[in-house]
Design a binder for this molecule. Structure first.
Ligand code: CDP
Ligand code: MG
Length: 163
């Protein structure tokens, strides 16, 4: 049993669409514990530390450039969630990268529907509402990039009694 921490961002359009509460409920309903949360409007320099060169290697330089502009369009809500296999569980709740193919019941499947094809054809980033750390290494980097240790809290939720 691995208790993990993972970083979630509600991207600018999630804040602008005023669905922050609905999104956070998905994680709370699954029993994941919020151990840190804040609203931040980052600049491009910070964005580059979050979306590192790694994303350009996987998705291409053009996607990284679009992403860097997209993530600074407005404030985001940054959350650290803690739970059993939290990294994998959070990505399951979020759904796959492309909203069009993310199944109903997932955040991306329920609150968005854009396709890779549409975004690529129109030179747009895929607006999919959420960032969630991809693996343990990224989670460690991202949690410490966005939060000081003193901003992360250790406490018991009702869920702790039923785990
Ligand atoms: O966010 P996720 O881990 O599912 O996907 P990623 O491969 O790490 O890509 C990061 C982000 O880049 C995605 O969440 C999309 O917002 C964006 N993206 C894009 O705009 N166009 C693509 N063709 C692929 C990804
Ligand atoms: Mg990713």
């Amino acid at each position: 049993m691995a208790i993990e921490r993972t970083l979630v961002l509600i991207k600018p359009e999630g804040v602008q669409r005023a669905i922050v509460g609905k999104i956070i409920s998905r994680f709370e309903d699954a029993g994941l514990k919020i151990i840190g949360m804040k609203q931040v409007w980052i600049d491009k320099e910070f964005a580059k530390k979050h979306y590192t060169e790694d994303i350009a290697e996987r998705r291409g330089e053009k996607v990284r450039e679009m992403l860097l502009d997209y993530i600074i369009e407005g404030p985001v809500v940054a959350i650290v969630l803690e739970g059993i296999n939290a990294i994998e569980n959070v990505r399951k709740i979020v759904g796959g990268t492309e909203p069009k193919s993310a199944p109903p019941g997932t955040i991306r499947g329920d609150f968005a529907h854009v396709s890779f094809a549409y975004a690529d054809k129109n030179s747009l980033p895929v607006k999919n509402l959420i960032h969630a750390s991809g693996n343990e290494k990224d989670a460690r980097h991202e949690v410490s990039l966005w939060f000081d240790e003193k901003e992360l809290h250790s406490y018991k939720t009702i869920q702790d009694f039923f785990m």
